[in-house]
Design a protein around this ligand. Sequence first.
Ligand code: NAD
Ligand code: ZN
Length: 363
Amino acid sequence: QKIHVSLQSSSYDILLAHNELAEMLKGYRESWRQYDQIVVIPDEHVWQLHEHYFREAMTMNGLENYLVKPIPAGESSKSIDVWEEVQTFLLQQNCNRNTLLVAFGGGACGDVVGFIAATFLRGVDYCQMPTTVLAHDSSVGGKTAINHSLGKNLLGAFHQPIAVLYDSSFFDTLSEKEFRSGFAELWKHAWLSDANWLQELEISVLQNSWRSIPWVAELTKGIQVKVSIVERDVFERHERKYLNFGHTFSHALEKGIGYSEISHGEAVAIGILFDLLISAEKGFIPHQLVKEKITFIHSLGYPLNKVSSVPFENYYELMVRDKKATKTGIQFVLLHTIGNPVVETIEKKLLLHAYHLFQQLIE
Ligand code: NAD
Ligand code: ZN
């Protein structure tokens, strides 16, 4: 599968396949040989698991001269320290502007390597090789970031990759928790897209084990939704805000109970349920639909029981601080109907009411 991304500043392809990394690299081997250096920056855990397969695919394409600089696994790599350490490595290796960086790992690796690429010598090329389900979201759209001690994703840049090569065979080693986390963002894209796909996707998840879901087909649809929104609004002035569906409540939940207690996507699935409930309270969608989706999410093992461990006042405080507040309330992405999102400011009173209702429904 191939999806083309066409932006004013750049355009590139996203390739998806199962167990075909070498094949996907074929189209790039000539252009990659033109770089003075290729530096592969893998998540160290991913490197342990998949180094052999990666090297084989590169070798099959005559790409043998590259450096490898592994970074810590997962979220801990999105730090100023790692950012600086890799920059130092690149400088010591005499890398110049004509360098290609390859991010090989999940969303965290893609975010930090993208930001390193955006800032090294004022910007060099990079390629995304995502290895998680969640990274179908993070590898597309060019948002790159690292964390600051005062908050997540606070330092970053918009910097588009030159290609996204997405091989779903890496999912073989993902844990159930990682599948659950990634599925939430795919589910989000379905809500923003259309009712038919949403239904189809939910059936597919209920009928298959996580590993046997036809990921290439489903992720292609998810990426298409994201790409079409990003193409219309790359800098998040209007429509790109819709991609925050589920993310107002989820950010407060993640912060409120601690990042180590719940994964991003697990929180997003719960945040989507909360946004659906507000949409129902506003009279946009039936309450029955919300109840069905709570049952669905519950059956997949998302930790709904954690919602009540944060009191409403804490959620409210966290949401106010999360850049989405105005004088009259907090901005939420709601659904008029499936596939028709709107951004609305919701006042505290309604949020309190919805929170109590939510607690009752998920008990
Ligand atoms: P991650 O990159 O932290 O990976 C999760 C864990 O899975 C890590 O421990 C990693 O080592 C491991 N892992 C990765 N691939 C594996 C594989 N194939 N087999 C076994 N283990 C594997 O998490 P993620 O969920 O992929 O991404 C989350 C990050 O993405 C967050 O930092 C979030 O802020 C970011 N994000 C960015 C955007 C964006 O637009 N830039 C969008 C959404 C999320
Ligand atoms: Zn997200």
